[in-house]
Each structure stands twice: as C-alpha cells, then as structure tokens.
Ligand binder design. Structure first.
Ligand SMILES: [Zn+2]
Ligand SMILES: [Zn+2]
Ligand SMILES: [Zn+2]
Length: 223
C-alpha cells in the first residue's frame, strides 16, 4: 500500500508572543554592520571572532552567550526579552543610564556598562539592569537556573530531616545552613516555596532532637 497521505508539518508561529519564554535564534558570525556595535546585555563591543544572534523582534545584535545567559533579548520592552528582565526594569525614571554611564559589578567589582545585564568580566547575570549594592546582590533570590540546581539539595535536606535517627546530623546541618552561608544553598535567597520546605526541615529536625533528648532524660531519671 502506498502511503501518500501528506505529513502534517508544524507551522512556524510568526512573531513570538511576549509570554513566550524561549525565542529561537540562530547563532551567526557578525557581518560588517554588527562589528563595533555594543551588545547591551554585557556592554561589550561585538568582535569579528564573536558568535552573535540577532533579536528577531528588535533586530539588535547580541553575543550568543549573553543571549543564552539572560534567556532572551536585552532591550528594555522588547517582546523577546525574558519576562524577569521586563518586569524588573521598571525603575527607569529613577535611574536612566546613558550608554556611557558605568556601574560596578557587585560580584567582581569591575566597571561595566550601567545597563549591562551580564558582567563582561565574571559573567554574573543580574536580575535587573539597575545597579545593585553588594548587599542586594548577595541577598538576591536565586534565578531559575540556580533553583533548578539547588532544588534537589533543599528537598534532600528536607527528606533526611524527616528521618528521626538522622537528627544528630540534620539539626547541625540545618542550623549551619540557616545561620551561615556555608551550606549548599543560602536560605534567604530561596524562593518562597523552597524557603517553607527548608523551615519545615529545620523544625522537624528540632522536634526529633527534643524528642530524643526528653526520651534520654526520661530513661536516666527512671533508672
Ligand atoms: Zn554580550
Ligand atoms: Zn529584542
Ligand atoms: Zn563581574
């Protein structure tokens, strides 16, 4: 039998909606018109050796790495910009950066373009183009990529905390995580759901410890 029914081909959707999270772009080598232009994500000029992408919406060139790092276009208000960036760059009248103004990277201290979203030196990705103080940067909520990475650790810490016999390990682990930044994750930077999970873990390991101590105290007294 001859199968000649036409294969349904997915139709390309023209013009991504503002809600679309991932805009498809093709990495290319810069052509003459792009050379020397600034990638506004990192604030560095585009070189011949760079791999760039052109925003399908606003046609501005960006380094491919920069585009990947923030997950879209770096132009304020462009519908190909990642949602978080659009949402957080509202303080424009408070802070209006010119193309030459600079800010200090809160991570490595390098001077970078005022509205850069990625540090050209240490590649830190900022949640907003507004200059952040060291404090704000250290307390910033984990971004999506980071949450993906630490989610398992938070969940594991919770599960281990529910296992009673591990309280001698889990209470110190939870306390260290809470009071210092030396744990696998920083509690104050967790998004609300994971924060709740962490505090539940802390409470559970505390309850296990109290139960264990009162049980031991009880057996000593009744001996
Ligand atoms: Zn760049
Ligand atoms: Zn754009
Ligand atoms: Zn930096």
């Amino acid at each position: 039998m001859n199968n000649n029914s036409p294969v349904a081909r997915p139709t390309a959707r023209p013009g991504a909606s503002p809600a679309a999270r991932k805009i498809q772009v093709t990495p290319v080598s810069p052509s003459a018109e792009h050379l020397g232009k600034l990638c506004s994500i990192c604030g560095t000029g585009i070189l011949q050796s760079d791999t760039i992408v052109i925003c399908p919406v606003c046609s501005l060139p960006y380094h491919h790495d920069c585009w990947k790092e923030i997950g879209g276009c770096g132009t304020y208000g462009c519908s190909a910009a990642p949602v978080a960036t659009i949402k957080e760059t509202v303080a424009e009248d408070v802070f209006t950066p010119g193309w030459t103004a600079e800010k200090k990277c809160p991570e490595c201290g390098s001077s970078i373009l005022a509205n850069a979203l990625v540090c050209k030196v240490c590649r830190s990705v900022f949640p907003t183009e507004r200059p952040m103080t060291k404090m704000e940067w250290q307390n910033r909520v984990y971004n999506e990529k980071e949450v993906e990475r630490i989610k398992i650790s938070v969940i594991a810490q919770f599960i281990f905390s529910t296992i009673g016999c591990l309280f001698m390990i889990m209470l110190p682990v939870n306390l260290i995580t809470h009071f210092t930044d030396s744990g696998v994750f920083v509690v104050r930077r967790l998004p609300p759901t994971l924060k709740v999970l962490f505090y539940a873990a802390l409470a559970i390991s505390l309850v296990w410890t109290i139960l264990a101590i009162s049980f031991m105290g009880y057996s000593v007294v009744t001996k």
